[in-house]
Design a protein around this ligand. Structure first.
Ligand SMILES: [Zn+2]
Length: 399
């Protein structure tokens, strides 16, 4: 089991930035050399270069990188060729690596890196200065490290984690289902009569804020000439705002799904069913609603839930949630729900709409009906704003 910890490298000085850039360009050069060799072998119909040959060809201080970083590029290239081979079985038009690369993520395997206190040392080969970064709460054991460009430099540290000890299995099977939503990120019900609602307000508001900023920026950009200095500056602001939003949303998404998994663990859940909201998104309901639906990343929620469940030993599977929000969980009366509370005209049932959706998944997934949860917990994924940050920076970079 392993997790990845992401460190954003902020406030880098100019020489370090230049060296990071050079390292990525050097890695791309290794890739391009592998690519050329492979292409030549293909066109001359000779034996394709294998691991040993590529390693021999890239040896001997031709590149300003650590030898194991070079090796990792070769391995990555061969893995790519392998994948292409597999894909070509089905689609012969699939191409072998051909795209010219200028930059490439640089990787260091676990045995190449070292730590000195809170400093992470990334070697660049004999006779060259190593990279050294001061990182807060550095984990004790570190696997591979990669230097990634994501609108700014980031270090991705692989952290090996021991699989957690299994909770003693209760006598009865405890099951739970999750209804993913846009207004409420997740609504969970367990077969033991507990419920959890994680709000999606924070994510919604971040996205809305971003959409408004984007609108303002495009209005400003429409007044300048495309490609001009001012236009480029606005383009830069746009990219900065986007990556800021993406990081914040990703953070909230992880925290929200973490709440779900922690809740399930505390309730002793062994199997979790995740309803797949496919289909909800494809109906047209006006431009504002459509934009919200298009920006709703439930696939991420599903993926995060699967990964986090695997870590703590909860069996997680997903399937359809067709019709779960339109039926009464008590008497199966069908209606089109409106508003946030579900009221049944036939049996008088009243309940939270997303909880109803989640309750109705139990018969689909486990074949047994459950009653409305006796205790409901409301949670936010986490604080929306960093409390230390008191002044919001204005998004316009033109004044
Ligand atoms: Zn009813």
């Amino acid at each position: 089991m392993q997790t990845v910890r992401i460190y954003r490298l902020k406030d880098l000085n100019r020489p370090t930035r230049a060296r990071l850039k050079a390292a990525q360009m050097e890695a791309a050069r290794v890739w391009m050399d592998c690519l050329e060799r492979h292409r030549a072998a293909r066109s001359e119909r000779t034996r394709w270069p294998d691991r040993d040959e590529l390693q021999r060809a890239t040896k001997g201080g031709q590149y300003a990188l650590h030898s194991q970083s070079i090796q990792m590029v070769c391995h990555q290239f061969l893995a790519n060729v392998e994948t292409t081979n597999a894909l070509r079985q089905r689609n012969p038009r699939h191409r072998y690596p051909y795209h010219p690369k200028k930059y490439l993520t640089v990787q260091w395997p676990a045995q190449a890196i070292s730590c000195q206190g809170k400093r992470l040392i990334l070697p660049m080969g004999r006779g060259r200065k190593s990279f050294s970064f001061h990182l807060p709460d550095l984990p004790e054991r570190i696997g591979a490290v990669s230097l990634v460009w994501n609108g700014g430099y980031e270090l991705h540290l692989v952290v090996p984690t021991a699989p957690e000890a299994h909770v003693p299995v209760p006598a009865t099977m405890v099951q739970a289902s999750v209804d993913l939503g846009e207004i409420h990120q997740a609504a969970v019900t367990t077969s033991t009569g507990k419920g959890l609602i994680v709000s999606g307000r924070g994510i919604r508001s971040l996205k809305r804020q971003y959409n408004m900023t984007l609108g303002r920026l495009s209005r400003l950009q429409s007044r300048c000439q495309q490609g001009s200095k001012r236009w480029r500056r606005l383009q830069y602001v746009r990219a900065r705002e986007r990556s800021k939003k993406e990081r914040r949303v990703r953070d909230l998404r992880h925290k929200g799904t973490r709440q779900v998994v922690d809740f399930c663990r505390a309730a002793g859940v062994q199997t979790l069913y995740v309803g797949d909201p496919r289909g909800v998104r494809n109906q047209s309901r006006g431009r504002h609603h459509n934009q919200r639906m298009a920006q709703w990343e439930y696939g991420k929620d599903k993926q995060y839930l699967h990964e986090k469940c695997a870590q703590v030993g909860i069996m997680c599977f997903s399937g359809s949630e067709r019709g779960t929000s339109s039926h009464c969980p008590r008497c199966d009366w069908k209606k089109k729900p409106k508003g946030r509370t579900w009221t049944c005209r036939r049996c008088g049932f009243v309940g939270h709409r997303d909880i109803v959706g989640s309750m109705n998944m139990h018969p689909l997934a486990f074949g047994s009906r459950i009653s409305y949860p006796a205790s409901l917990t409301y949670r936010r994924p986490g604080p929306l704003r960093d409390r230390r940050q008191t002044k919001e920076r204005s998004p316009s970079g033109t004044s």
